[in-house]
Structures are given as structure tokens and as C-alpha cells.
Design a protein around this ligand. Structure first.
Ligand code: AP5
Ligand code: MG
Ligand code: ZN
Length: 213
């Protein structure tokens, strides 16, 4: 199964990706997570990416493509993969198509998680993430049992540096300008599935499974 998750910041891509990856036994490939791991490790890529991410701008296409190209040919992608937060521009989508053709691979579905824009800021500013395992919580909508501690691994929860209100508003605008053209792009390829992302986390998941199978 080869899937793409599309949707604005805070739509629930990461939350659903964890569940989908587990169900279909495919790797969850999040370009955002890859950048954040590079920032933590202070790599050259991390240093370059950080200034874009902290302003809510997109990292240049060239850097993103290098990462994805390396990642989707690794051994664990034999059963497929789930791309979260990539592609985000038409250039990235076209480059991905070319990579897939060259490797004789085909996309099964592009799942767009649709959420009203005014819900996104609340979702993002209340998000907390586990430092150890990356599990995602929300202070109101998906509370950990003990505040600031991960239910799964007891790790400490933190807030992303780009999860403040100003940066979130810019991320939403960047999404509207640069990523929404992909909706038409994938509609024309007959692979787009639109999911109502305002349901409970489990209901969103069940709807995705129904649409992709
Ligand atoms: P990235 O990490 O991809 O961030 P994003 O797209 O802004 O999306 P988020 O991770 O913020 O939201 P999400 O949809 O995953 O929501 P989540 O499930 O966590 O990218 C970060 C940055 O990296 C970009 O700004 C850019 O600079 C750079 N970058 C990355 N990829 C790039 C690319 N391809 N090209 C160029 N630059 C790139 O959920 C959010 C919250 O809501 C959580 O608290 C969750 O618990 C809660 N929630 C989830 N579902 C529900 C629900 N159904 N009901 C109630 N609450 C819910
Ligand atoms: Mg995410
Ligand atoms: Zn954890």
C-alpha cells in the first residue's frame, strides 16, 4: 500500500499516520519528523531547515527531494509506505511521480484530511509530543493520563518550536498558497479521497481504512 496524507497543519496527519502505518505494516515517512530529528542532532541539513521551519515557511524543494529519494528506496518500503507532509508543492508532486515511474511503483491513494481552518490553531497550540517515542497528544482533545508524561513510554512531553500562534497562522497561509493546488493535481489522477477530519480520531481512522481498501 502506497499512500499520501494531505491536509493543513493540525489536520491530524501525524495522528492518523501512526495508526495506518501500524495497521498496514508500512513505514510512516514524515518529512517534518526527518527535519526535526536532524535539528536535534545538529546536522548540516537540520541547521539549514530550522530557519524555514521556525518561520513556518517551506524548506526548499531540492533539500526535501533528496531526503525522500533516499528514504523511499530503503528496504522497509517493500510493502509500501505512507508519506505524511510530502509532497507539499506541485514541484514535489511532479518529482515524486517521476521517482515512482522510475521505480515501477504506483500510488494507491492520496488521503486528504479536511478540517475547518479555524479549528487548526486550537489543535496546534494545544498539541504536546513525546520526546522519546513521538506520540502526539492534545491538552484538551487527546489528554495523556498524567499531564506532560507519555502514556506509552513515560517520556516527557514537549511543544514544537513552530507550534505558537503566529507561526501557525503563517503555516496555514503557506498551505493554502503552495499545497492546495495538489488537490486538483491528484483529483485529475483519480486517486484523491477526502476524509472528514472533524470526527473523533478513531472515526477518522475508520473512514480512511474504508476509503483505501
Ligand atoms: P510537519 O511536521 O509536516 O507539520 P504540518 O504539516 O504543519 O502538520 P502538523 O504536524 O502540524 O499537523 P498534523 O496534521 O500532523 O496534526 P497532528 O496529527 O499532530 O512540517 C513542519 C515543517 O517542516 C513545515 O512547516 C516546513 O517548514 C517543513 N516541511 C515538512 N515537510 C516539508 C515538505 N514536504 N516541503 C517543504 N517543507 C517541509 O494533530 C494536531 C493536534 O490535533 C494534536 O494535538 C492531536 O492530538 C490533535 N488531533 C488530531 N486529530 C484530532 C481529532 N480527530 N480530533 C481532535 N483533535 C485531534
Ligand atoms: Mg505532523
Ligand atoms: Zn512516548
Amino acid at each position: 500500500m502506497r499512500l499520501i496524507l494531505l491536509g493543513p497543519p493540525g489536520a491530524g496527519k501525524g495522528t492518523q499516520a501512526g495508526k495506518i502505518a501500524k495497521k498496514y505494516n508500512i513505514p510512516h515517512i514524515s518529512t517534518g519528523d526527518i527535519f526535526r530529528a536532524n535539528i536535534v542532532n545538529n546536522t548540516e541539513l537540520g541547521i539549514l531547515a530550522k530557519k524555514y521551519i521556525d518561520n513556518g515557511e517551506l524548506v526548499p524543494d531540492g533539500l526535501v527531494m533528496d531526503i525522500v529519494r533516499d528514504r523511499i528506496i530503503q528496504d522497509d518500503t517493500k510493502n509500501g509506505f505512507l508519506l505524511d507532509g510530502f509532497p507539499r508543492t506541485l514541484e514535489q508532486a511532479m518529482a515524486l511521480d517521476e521517482m515512482l515511474i522510475n521505480s515501477n511503483m504506483k500510488l494507491d491513494a492520496v488521503v486528504k484530511i479536511k478540517v475547518n481552518l479555524d479549528l487548526l490553531v486550537t489543535r496546534i497550540t494545544g498539541r504536546r509530543i513525546c520526546k522519546e517515542c513521538g506520540a502526539t497528544y492534545h491538552v484538551d482533545f487527546n489528554k495523556p493520563k498524567k499531564s506532560d508524561v507519555c502514556d506509552l513510554c513515560n517520556g516527557e512531553l514537549y511543544q514544537r518550536s513552530d507550534d505558537n500562534e503566529d507561526v501557525v497562522r503563517n503555516r496555514i497561509n503557506v498551505y493554502i498558497e503552495q499545497t492546495t493546488p495538489l488537490v486538483e493535481y491528484y483529483t485529475n489522477r483519480d486517486v484523491l479521497k477526502i476524509i472528514d477530519g472533524e470526527q473523533s480520531i478513531d472515526d477518522v481512522f475508520n473512514q480512511i481504512v474504508k476509503e483505501v481498501e
